[in-house]
Design a binder for this molecule. Structure first.
Ligand SMILES: N#Cc1c(N)ncnc1-c1cnn(Cc2cccc(F)c2)c1
Length: 309
């Protein structure tokens, strides 16, 4: 196992904000009120240019990744606004994080990672090969790596502490955690979000194999929070290379993975040691894949807004 994820670069200090939490590739801040105390009604979600691979946060940032994924997530929130309300307040954020941060309403978050899968792979495939089920759902025989399900499956998991893997949750456990009504609503919305995501993405050459969304509760209603349908919260596959029976290439992380596994990197994945820094050409080609995914999905040209950092 990779053991503790090596601490990444510290989150930037932001004037007028208190640092609340850092995930692998994103940081959370609270705006300060006039008295200099952290507000309890808003949060600032900041996407860094950090990239993670093989459960390590790599020490070489991918230029513009944070901004591309933030813009992609904001675009998806708009595409899904008829289906579900969201937590976005504004993109009027400090210059230091311009373009890659969003001001959001602070919500009471469901203690559930709401995962939906449209294709069988990863942890779901391991579980299926072990006992023919995924998250307690019995599946048809004869499925293989990359098989498409007739309908997206709701395969929730716990919110494991940082650096540990989320554990599968049965639907009954979700009902016990949030009540039958919110559980049913979360399952319905999570699977519809992935179905809608694939309707749009596959028409533009991208398969979204699975996705993780997070919901908050506001006046007994579910509100879509966090990031949505990005290559960090979802598996993006190039649709024209889809071929069940073996692991699919990642739309965005394939260059990173191939180089790290190649002799050129000098890295031994089995060693558990942190991977080496990525060469510039791998970073640039990876940046280009994020930009390509954004431009294919939105039909818009990506123009960086962030001040040169
Ligand atoms: N979104 C959202 C949200 C909200 N609207 N209200 C309350 N809490 C959250 C919240 C808490 N943790 N996260 C995950 C997360 C996101 C971004 C960066 C990180 F480091 C970690 C999301």
């Amino acid at each position: 196992p990779s053991g503790a994820v090596p601490a990444g670069p510290a989150a930037p200090v932001l004037d007028g904000y208190a640092h609340v939490y850092s995930g692998k590739v994103r940081d959370l801040y609270a705006p300060l009120d006039d008295a200099g105390a952290p507000r309890d009604d808003l949060l600032l979600l900041v996407a860094s240019d950090r990239i993670s691979a093989f459960d390590f946060v790599l020490d070489t940032p991918v230029p513009d990744k944070g901004e591309v994924l933030t813009r992609m997530s904001l675009w998806w929130f708009e595409q899904l606004a008829d289906l579900v309300p969201n937590h976005v307040v504004s993109t009027d954020v400090p210059d230091a994080v311009r373009g890659r941060a969003v001001l959001v309403r602070r919500l009471e978050m469901l203690p559930v990672e709401c995962v939906a899968r449209a294709y069988l792979t990863g942890g779901g495939l391991r579980e299926y090969r072990a006992d023919g089920t995924v998250s307690g759902l019995t599946l048809p025989e004869g499925l293989t790596d990359g098989s498409r399900f007739p309908e997206p499956l709701f395969t929730p998991s716990t919110k494991a502490p940082e650096g540990q893997h989320d554990e599968p949750m049965s639907y009954a456990e979700v009902e016990a955690a949030v009540g039958p009504s919110l559980a049913a609503r979360a399952r319905d919305l999570t699977t519809r979000i992935l179905a809608r995501g694939n309707e749009i993405a596959q028409a533009r050459g991208i398969i979204v194999a699975d996705t993780k969304v997070e919901f908050g509760v506001e006046a007994d209603e579910l509100v879509l929070a966090d990031e949505v349908l990005t290559p960090d919260s979802s598996r993006f596959w190039p649709a024209d290379q889809w071929e069940p029976g073996h692991p699919q290439p990642s739309f965005d992380k394939e260059f990173v993975r191939e180089w790290l596994l190649s002799r050129a990197s000098g890295w031994d994945k089995a060693s558990g040691e942190a991977p080496p820094s990525l060469p510039d050409d791998v970073l640039e080609r990876t940046r280009a894949k994020y930009v390509e995914a954004y431009e294919r999905l939105t039909g818009e040209t990506f123009r960086p807004r962030g001040a040169d950092r």
